[in-house]
Structure formats: C-alpha cells, structure tokens
Design a protein around this ligand. Sequence first.
Ligand code: NAD
Ligand code: G6P
Ligand code: MN
Length: 452
Amino acid sequence: MIITIVGGGSTFTAGIVKSIALRKDELEVDEIRLFDIYKERQDKVAVVVKWILDEELKSGIKLTVTYDEKEAYDNADFIFAQMRVGLYAMREQDEKIPLKHGCVGQETCGAGGMAYGLRTIFPMMKVIDDAEKYAKPTHWILNYSNPAAIVSEACRVLRPNARIINICDMPIAIIDVVAAAMEIKDKQNIVYDYFGLNHFGWFTKIEYQGKDILPDLRQYIKEQQILLPAAYLKDKQALASSNDKNRHTKGSWYYVWKGVYEIMENFPDKLPNTYLNYYLQAKEFVEHSDPNHTRANEVMESREANLFNGIDKYLETGVIDEKVFYAGSHGDWIADLAIALKNDTKQRFLIITENRGTIPNMPYDAMVEVPAYIGKNGPEVISRDPIGLFEQGLMMQQLNCEKLLVQGAIEGSYEKVLQAFTLNKTIPSMSVAKAILDDMIEANKEYWPELK
Ligand code: NAD
Ligand code: G6P
Ligand code: MN
C-alpha cells in the first residue's frame, strides 16, 4: 500500500504524514512517497517527515523522496495532492495586486483566486495524467490543491474520468471551532448538513447527539459577537501567537470569524462558511486589509518560517520541537477519507462533486460541495430540496465566473477571462476587472496560458 504526496515540500506535509502514520493499521500503509519539483524545499521537509515516521512514531513505514514522476507514482494506491503553483511569492501577488485596485485580495476568492486557478489548472492535469500512467488502475487522487473550485471544474471538463476527489478543510475547521465554542469534546459525533460551491456555502443543520445545536450556536454567536471559543477570546495572547495549534484563528483570520457574526445578524437562518465574507463584505475586507502586508506575509513569517527554522535547528542540535509543524484536522480529514475509500466504510464526508441533480435548482454540471457517503466505488451523494433564491443567485454568479475562467484558460481567450473577472462579485466594474487582469498577466507570465 503506497501513498504519494504531491507537493511534498508543503507546510502541511508533516501533519498529513503524522495523520497517515497514526492510522497505519486501518490504512495498511507500507510506503509514503514525497514528490515535488522544488528539491531544496522538499529535502528539508523530508527531514522532519523522517523524524515523525522513524523517531516519533517508530512506524516502520518506508519513506521515498523523489523528483521523478515514474518513481513517485509507480503502483501507488493513493495520491494526496497539495501543490501551490508559484509558491507563497505568487500568493503574495494574488493578494496584493487586487488590493492595489481597491478589491479583495485573497488566496482563493476573487481576482487572486482566479489568478491562482490559471496557474494551477494545467499542472493538476499533469498529476492526473501521471497517476493514470503509472499508479494502480484503482488509484484515488485526493486533492487539496487550491483553488479547489476552479481545479475541480477543470477536472470535470478536461479529465471527466479521472479518479479524483477534490476536498476542502474549511467546513471541518469551522466544525472544530463550533465544537470548542459549544464545549463538545467528541466532535466526531457532530453531524451536519451543508451545501454550496467550494469556499462558498452554508451549514443548514448541525446536530450533536441527535439534537439540533444551531439555535444554541446562533445565540452564542450573538452574545460573543464572533464565532470563536470563549477560551480563545479570553486569552488574546494565544489568539495572536503563531504556535497555537488552531491556525485558522491566527492573524487576519480573526476578521472572518467576526464576519460570521455580522452575516448572521442579517441572515440568521444558516451558518455561513467563513469564506462568504469575501463576497458579502468585500468593501469592509479592503478597508481592514494592509495592502503591504497580507495573509501570504503572515504565513511566510509564521507557518513557513517556523517549519524551516525548526528543521534547521534540528539539523544543528538534534533536538526537535513538535510545534514547528502543523498537525490536526487538515491531515486527519484526508487520511480518514482514504480509509473510507479503502475500507468501504460509507462514512459521511463533504466533498466537491458534479451536481447531477443533487441541488435541483442548480445546473446539472455545476461542481458543488455537498455531503456524500464514501465507499470503495467513490462518493454516493445525498440529494436535497431546492435552495433559496438568495443562495442560488450568489452561487450562480460565482459558478458562471468559475466556468468562464476555465473555458478562458482552455481556449486561451482573454475575453472569457475578462468576463470571469467582470462577473466576480468582489470586482465592482469592467474597467477595474481589466486593470487587475492586465497587471496579473504581467505578474504571471511564467505560469499562465497565453491569453489572446
Ligand atoms: P507550500 O507552498 O508550502 O507547498 C506547496 C508545495 O507544492 C511546494 O513545496 C511547491 O514546490 C510544490 N509544487 C508547486 N508546484 C508543483 C508541481 N507542479 N508539482 C509538484 N509540486 C509542486 O503551500 P501550503 O501552504 O503548504 O499549501 C499547499 C497547498 O494546499 C496549496 O495549494 C494550498 O492552497 C492548499 N490547501 C488547501 C486546503 C483546502 O482546503 N483545499 C487547505 C490547506 C491548504
Ligand atoms: C483553509 C481553506 C484552504 C486555504 C487555507 C488558507 O484551510 O480551506 O483552502 O488554503 O485555509 O490558510 P492559510 O493559513 O494558508 O491562510
Ligand atoms: Mn479550502
């Protein structure tokens, strides 16, 4: 049993490997392979991965670190993809260019997300093709690589038969925060219902021990004026520190948890995904952003610096501080999904999949994020009632934006990409869309398909 991690040099690799190794018996894993195109980075990350497998957990799992596609994918059972095309340097551009034009600058939303999408679509198709060529015919690709909404639409159009499931850790991170706020220790017993597009959805029900806890949660959010656990709010220092385990509560993430309160003041019915803030409070996001210091800078100064400085320190002193790498729900989620596929458990997961009537008033071919039961043949999706006009209207605008972007990338069409930028809710006018797009073409010369 072989698991290949594509983007082996990621800041999340060590955490994912730890989650895999802790599930060794259920996954029956013999070998983990790391594959990346950036040798220096992956070689460093491999040091801490080896420590986890051999020293910390004494797992007996073999580690292979490679830069060769055949060696990486050969006979693999699972491919966990998590690549960041253009690294944080390009994420910084994705965030700063739109902000310069007064628009939301974000990793996966708005113009930044579209820029990231245009860089990632074709490298992701290569992952699918390499897996098809070398991996087991029964392989599964579990993909975290962002922007997952655009990537999954590109997969649907360009590789409709690929054995890939696109996923996101944000809903589960929200459930972590809900559990902490509601003082629920066994969060695995929380059952929720959810619909949307990736980074664009709503929880419609959250149950614990058979009881709907959304009314209590609604009350809690109203009282606290934010969705964060009271314990975190008391300890402002923990909230600011980069070493706390829950990375989603750090730095500028604060605003989106505050935004959940602000959205629910107007629309209390559902619990919004934190990412809806970028669309529903775009103006406010720009106002509290620092165009010279964005989330990319925060991450480079915290998660990335902690990891690589920690590895250097280990290499010098032989002492490792576990806090240098991030472990938690992000790794657990992808490893548990692999268990469900391999062992046919039919456990319930949120995944991104083709609608096919699941949401009756969304197009058949929309890539939606909905609950599914996961077994050896893949996801079995649960169909639902029609959604409200507000949510459907927002989703249609975002969906058509993503579809136009993917079409524009495939056809090399400047006009279609400009239509995608113009349609996006975070961009106020056609001329602003064009100005951002033209700056982004310049910044992404090395990565984007040519647009004519
Ligand atoms: P990172 O830059 O630390 O790691 C990404 C790695 O991918 C780098 O080592 C880079 O060299 C490598 N890479 C780039 N292009 C590649 C290619 N063509 N082939 C193979 N490897 C390549 O980034 P990170 O912050 O650790 O995030 C990793 C990815 O996971 C990003 O795409 C991020 O957006 C995504 N992510 C997704 C979710 C989700 O909810 N879906 C959650 C967290 C992170
Ligand atoms: C959440 C989202 C991911 C996104 C990440 C960014 O986990 O689900 O899709 O990549 O946040 O987190 P960061 O700490 O890098 O800003
Ligand atoms: Mn996500």
